[in-house]
Design a protein around this ligand. Sequence first.
Ligand SMILES: [Ca+2]
Ligand SMILES: [Ca+2]
Ligand SMILES: [Ca+2]
Length: 139
Amino acid sequence: MRKILLLTAVAATLTSCQTKPPVQPDRFGAADLNKDGVLSRTEVNHYFAAEVFVARDTNHDGKITREEWNPVMNAKDGETFAAVDANKDGAVTLEEAKASAQAKDTFAADFKVADSNKDGAISREEAKAFYASKEGPMR
Ligand SMILES: [Ca+2]
Ligand SMILES: [Ca+2]
Ligand SMILES: [Ca+2]
C-alpha cells in the first residue's frame, strides 16, 4: 500500500515537472546560435520556426502530421504543408520546418518589426520589446 502511494507521488511530481518548467528559459540565448549577442535573420527564422513547431506538435513526437498542422486543412494549407514536408513522408520534422522558414524567410515581417533601429540584427533589448508587445503563442 505504501509503495503504491509513493509511486503515485512520484508520478504526480513527474507530471507537474513536465507541465510547469521551474525556470523561465533564456529564449534569446537559445535563439542566438552563434553567440554573437544579436539575432540574425536566419537565427530568427530558425527560432520562430521551432516555436511554432513545438506548439503544433501536440503529441510531442517530433513530427507534425497533417492533422496537427491544421485540423481543418483547406487546399491552400495542404499546399503549404506539402511544400514544407520536403521528403514527402506525410510529416513535418523540425529540420524541415526550419529549412522552409529560412528558404522562404517566413518570419521576415516579425524580424522587420522587432529590428527597431533597422541595423539588420536584433539585440536582446529589441527582442525583449518585441515580445512585450506581442500576445499569444509567440510570447
Ligand atoms: Ca547571433
Ligand atoms: Ca517529412
Ligand atoms: Ca537591431
